[in-house]
Design a protein around this ligand. Structure first.
Ligand code: ADP
Length: 619
């Protein structure tokens, strides 16, 4: 018997050769399974020169099959599933909470990206960063864009509040770098700046000695959030000043760091920082950072100076007592460039919403750049959270993931184990997932309606969602009580990065019925894991998903679209998706393979950010 801890291959792309390690769980195996194979990972142009595994682990086997008949071949070799430890809803520790290997995705990245000619230093000032401080897409975007720019040769740092909830073991090389004072409300607050690296990305963590950023979650601690982020915005600039750091670009995100451009131009430029130029990305116009003049004054600016229509006053409050300010609007006015996260959302925001007039006034510097997926973090061929890996050339692992999730959640499983392999599904039951913050924007009435309709259609549905509003939480708790007893619906009212990866991998379809959606990542992540999106046509969903039944656009076709916000419109899209899934299984598998090959990575869009950075930087 032989113990196997890893699956290793030597990989070549053009002249670049790298030893590539794909960890699987340790196995005791008989050495008759010793395998040696060559295999081309066609979609990425990689050639695996030598791949060896000594085990029957499905990970290894799904890699080691070759050619187009890979599924049959890998089953014929040995699926190794008799040794597989299947989860159950009765497990003491739910399957998504067990210990996973520490995952340094930077190891997965091939650094053969072409370098940009004119390199610069970019510092992001942000409230979220995946995976250590992520609540939604903002965290994913910051990490993915930072990684893409690093790979293109730029120097990138991310400045993040040192939230108490951050798990320090996820940060490599964490060390105290600077101790300094930063201003808040008439006092200088002793503050620490730590440095570290998360998934290959350099990080600067700002830790004030007061109560800010304490608590069990990124948001919702027992402190005034607005004041905490005003403090953070100034503390980022103060750190640059005390350390003499002058990046070319300070990239701020959302209202949380919207005051930073005001502080920069009206305070720190008059002190010693001269070089940086500012770019604001607006991920969602609905979060506008409502702020009183007095609150703004707490960061050291004179809040009353910003209460004008051309600066930061919230247009809706003009003539009311008191008038309010919006940190987002201030950020838009004071930044050198403003980006929102999809071309369609850009158009929508110019036509409606109270910020439209501000955006029209600033149209020349306002850009729509589609978000990308961080393909290092989201990769079904290497994802440590998956019980079996897969890729476009071999989707057997996806079937295993589905079976695994179904068994773990107590849903009726598709197929059954025959010997050491999964039988072909005789009774094809589609699994639909919806992974989302449970807020009105996401189409809550459509999500709850989908549960009923999917059950009627004979499908399965898993919702992974977290509500910040207690009324919404109660509403979904009652749906949970109603549906979680059966074998076709599971509603999990929690946040779990690990479970989200497994669900994307297990899903046949991913539902995104948003009322509005600036970009949306879950439809793109879903496609990366072979789940067919069913989306409402709005914002970034309209830019990324093209209907499979639209005969005029079959090249781009990748999902099902509906337009109305009524239940009937959603039913129509679900009915069509179920029909395709059940009646045309071969075509469905072809679509899944097509999705697995679609490139929604930052490789496509980071260059657009670089162009905007270049257009504003000072040389
Ligand atoms: P938004 O930024 O509005 O939340 P996006 O679709 O752009 O929406 O991004 C959502 C991101 O957050 C995705 O990575 C999604 O998988 C993740 N996510 C949302 N809710 C949860 C949850 N309850 N558990 C784990 N991940 C979640």
């Amino acid at each position: 018997m032989l113990r196997v801890d890893a699956f290793i291959c030597l990989v070549q792309k053009k002249s670049f050769i790298k030893l590539y390690t794909c960890l699987s769980s340790p196995h005791e195996v008989d050495n008759r399974h010793m395998l040696l194979s060559t295999w081309k990972r066609k979609q990425n142009g990689f050639k695996i020169l030598v791949a060896c595994s000594a085990g029957p682990h499905p990970t290894a086997n799904s890699y080691l099959s070759t050619g187009t008949n890979t599924e049959k071949e890998s089953s014929a070799i040995d699926c190794g599933l008799e040794e597989f430890s299947w989860p159950s809803p009765n497990d003491e520790i739910p399957f998504w909470k067990k210990d996973f290997p520490l995952w340094d995705v930077s190891q997965e990245v091939f650094d053969d990206t072409e370098k940009d000619p004119d390199l610069m230093h970019i510092i992001h000032a942000t409230a979220e960063m995946a995976p250590i401080a992520k609540v939604g897409g903002l965290g994913d975007v910051v990490t993915g864009l930072a990684r893409a720019c690093l790979l293109r040769g730029h120097k990138v740092d991310i400045m993040l509040p040192f939230y108490e909830c951050i798990q320090k073991q996820q940060i490599n090389g964490l060390e105290l770098m600077t101790t300094y004072n930063s201003y808040h409300d008439g006092q200088w607050v002793p503050t620490n700046a730590y440095r570290g690296v998360v998934s290959g990305i350099p990080l600067i963590l700002i830790e004030p000695s007061n109560h800010f950023f304490k608590g069990p979650a990124v948001y919702g601690g027992c402190y005034n959030e607005l004041e905490a982020y005003l403090f953070f915005s100034r503390a980022c600039l103060e750190w640059m000043q005390v350390t003499g750091t002058e990046p070319d670009i300070i990239h701020v995100h959302e209202w949380q760091t919207g005051a930073l451009p005001l502080l920069y131009w009206d305070m720190y430029q008059c002190l010693s920082i001269k070089k940086p130029r500012l770019l604001l990305t607006v991920h969602n116009m609905e979060h506008y950072g409502e702020c009183s003049k007095d609150q703004l004054s707490k960061c050291g600016l004179d809040g009353s100076l910003y209460a004008t229509i051309d600066k930061a006053v919230d247009d809706r409050t003009i003539g009311h007592n008191p008038e309010r300010l919006s940190l987002l609007k201030g950020g838009i006015v004071y930044s050198n460039a403003v980006v929102t996260v999809s071309p369609t959302y850009l158009k929508e925001t110019l036509c409606s919403g109270w910020l439209a007039s501000t955006l029209i006034r600033n149209r020349d510097k306002y850009h729509g750049i589609l978000n990308g997926v961080d393909t290092a973090m989201w990769n079904p061929a290497t994802d440590v959270f998956l019980p079996a890996k897969f890729h476009a050339e071999n989707i057997e692992g996806k079937r295993i993931c589905k079976h695994y999730v179904q068994r773990g959640l107590g849903l009726a499983p598709n197929g059954s184990l025959v010997g050491s392999c999964l039988s072909n599904d005789t009774n094809r039951v589609p699994l639909v997932i919806c992974i989302t913050r449970l807020v009105a924007q996401k189409g809550l009435h459509l999500i709850s309606h989908a549960i009923k309709h999917i059950e009627e259609l004979g499908g399965q549905m898993v919702i992974l969602g977290k509500a910040s509003d207690s009324r919404v939480e109660r509403e979904f708790e009652s749906l949970t009580n109603l549906h979680n007893q059966g074998t076709s619906v599971r509603i999990l009212l929690t946040y779990s990065e690990e479970l989200s990866h497994m669900l994307y991998a297990a899903a046949d379809m991913v539902l995104v019925p948003s009322i509005y959606e600036p970009c949306g990542l879950s439809q793109m992540i879903g496609m990366r894991y072979g789940a067919v999106p069913i989306v409402r046509k709005t914002g970034g969903l309209a830019d990324t998903i093209f209907d499979i039944d639209d005969q005029s656009n079959q090249d781009m076709a990748n999902g099902f679209i509906f337009e109305g916000i009524d239940e009937g419109s959603l039913n129509g899209a679900l009915n069509r998706a179920f029909h395709h899934y059940k009646e045309e299984p071969d075509r469905w598998n072809t679509i899944v393979r097509k999705l697995l090959k679609i490139d929604n990575s930052w490789n496509n869009t980071a260059g657009k950010y670089i162009s905007v950075y270049n257009s504003i930087r000072v040389r």
